[in-house]
Ligand binder design. Structure first.
Ligand code: BTN
Length: 180
């Protein structure tokens, strides 16, 4: 891994932190907020690919774990990571990896549909599944009501996916960071 790779990993961790400036909107029933930060995982995977994208989110999680107030609303520390939203936050590592893996597979012929599918699978299917599993197993949340409450995230997810798709395709064209 080159120094350039490390710079981009750190940069994407910083982008995820910066997206924490978007204010949280609480979703009733499951007490999980709509946030901007999961877009960091989408961007990281789409721009850096699986390995470096996942590492950027792992770095972000590590910085939160040691207490830096990088989560939305200026929260940080192990207590926050092990809280009810921990499954999503750890899931950002897996989501970035999944998005990056798919983007890499289609890299040479990457189009809008490929990117949208990658983002839906990585940042919606994978991250929501991990977040729901964490809530149900660790917090005794009722499975069906918890799944149903995730409908509240979908309008925001559509906006984030649209913006991230534009970013990924523009960067691929003008400043590609994934090598073939
Ligand atoms: C936190 O700040 O405690 C993390 C919140 C996680 C919220 C999840 S991420 C996936 C889904 N989409 C959202 O907008 N909110 C949830």
């Amino acid at each position: 891994m080159s120094a350039r790779d490390l710079v981009f990993i750190a940069l994407m961790a910083a982008v995820t932190a910066a997206l924490g400036f978007f204010p949280a909107i609480q979703v009733p029933v499951i007490n999980v907020p709509i946030v901007g930060q999961n877009m960091g995982a989408m961007i990281a995977g789409g721009l850096l690919g699986a390995k470096r994208g996942a590492l950027s989110q792992a770095l972000f999680v590590l910085l939160v774990a040691v207490g830096l107030p990088l989560l939305t609303g200026g929260r940080g520390g192990l207590g926050e990571l092990m809280g009810n939203t921990g499954g999503y936050i750890f899931g950002w590592i897996v989501a970035a990896w999944a998005v990056g893996w798919i983007v890499e597979r289609f890299w040479t012929q990457l189009n809008t549909l490929h990117v949208i599918i990658a983002l839906i699978l990585g940042s919606v299917v994978v991250d929501y599944a991990l977040g729901i599993a964490w809530l149900v197993i660790g917090y005794d949340a009722p499975l069906l009501a918890t799944i149903g409450a995730h409908a509240a995230f979908l309008p925001g997810a559509a906006v984030k996916i649209a913006l991230t798709t534009a970013i990924i395709l523009a960067m691929k064209r003008y400043y590609p960071l994934i090598r073939t």
